[in-house]
Write a protein that binds this ligand. Structure first.
Ligand code: CA
Length: 237
C-alpha cells in the first residue's frame, strides 16, 4: 500500500472507543498525523485549533447531531469532511452531503476502504487549492478518456458523441471521480438551482451516457449508482 507523500493531519470526531482505536491504528500505520475527539463540541474546537487536512465525522454524537457539526464547520471552513456512520438511511447520507460533507463511509468498514476514501478526499482538496487549473489533466480509466481541454471523450480511441448536457454531466462526475455526488447537487449544477427535484431528467441522461460508454449498462464499469443518494464515477488513473 502506498504511503502518503505528505503526512496529512487527520481529525476524527467519534464517540465509540472501538472505532477510535481502529481508525487510530490504521492511520498511524500509514504515518498520518492523527487527533481524536469524542464529542461534537470538542471536535469543532480542535478543528479550529489544529486546522486538519481532513475531518472524519461520526453522525451520532453524544452532545449534538453530526449534521449540526457539518453546518457549523461549513460556516468557516472548506476542510474535507468524510462522514462515518452506522446509519443506513440513504436520505440522511444525502442530507449530510448536501450540507457540505464531501463523502461518507458506512460502518462497518475495512482499512482498505477507509484509506481509499481518505486519499480521494485529500486529492480533491488539493485540486481545489489550484483551481487555477486551466489545463486540467485528462480523465482516464480502462478504455475511457475524457480530454477536458478539447471537449473530447473517447472509448478505445473512438470518439463518443455526447449531447451538451451529457457532456456536462459526465465531466462533472469525472472531475469529482471517486467521490459520490448527490442527485440534488448534480441537478443544481447542470440544470440550475430552480429546477424541480424530480430526478427523471437526470436518470434519462445517465441512461443515455451509459449506453454510449458502458459495455454493459446494467453492470457499469465507469459510473456507479449509489441507490437513493446519487452517482459515483470510478476514480481516474
Ligand atoms: Ca456514535
Amino acid at each position: 500500500m502506498n504511503k502518503p507523500v505528505t503526512k496529512a493531519n487527520i481529525l476524527l470526531i467519534e464517540d465509540e472507543e472501538n472505532i477510535r482505536t481502529f481508525i487510530a491504528t490504521t492511520l498511524k500505520n500509514q504515518e498520518y498525523k492523527f487527533t481524536a475527539a469524542s464529542t461534537g463540541r470538542e471536535g469543532m474546537h480542535l478543528a479550529a485549533s489544529i486546522c486538519p487536512d481532513i475531518i472524519l465525522l461520526d453522525l451520532g454524537l453524544p452532545d449534538m447531531d453530526g449534521m449540526e457539526v457539518i453546518k457549523k464547520l461549513r460556516e468557516w471552513t472548506a476542510i474535507p469532511i468524510l462522514v462515518i456512520s452506522a446509519r443506513t438511511n440513504e436520505h440522511e447520507k444525502a442530507h449530510a452531503l448536501d450540507l457540505g460533507a464531501d463523502d461518507y463511509i458506512t460502518k462497518p468498514f475495512g482499512t482498505v476502504e477507509l484509506l481509499a476514501r481518505i486519499r480521494t478526499s485529500l486529492r480533491h482538496s488539493s485540486q481545489m487549492q489550484d483551481m487555477s487549473s486551466i489545463h486540467p489533466k485528462p480523465y482516464h480509466h480502462n478504455n475511457l478518456t475524457i480530454n477536458f481541454e478539447d471537449h473530447v471523450v473517447t472509448l478505445k480511441g473512438n470518439i463518443i458523441h455526447l449531447t451538451q448536457i451529457e457532456y456536462k454531466l459526465l465531466t462533472l462526475l469525472a472531475r469529482n471521480s471517486g467521490k459520490v455526488l448527490t442527485y440534488t447537487s448534480i441537478m443544481e449544477k447542470i440544470w440550475g438551482p430552480y429546477t424541480d427535484n424530480n430526478n427523471q431528467i437526470l436518470r434519462v441522461n445517465m441512461a443515455n451516457i451509459r449506453r454510449k460508454i458502458e459495455n454493459n449498462p446494467a453492470a457499469p464499469e465507469y459510473v456507479f449508482t449509489e441507490i437513493g443518494i446519487g452517482y459515483r464515477m470510478v476514480e481516474g488513473d
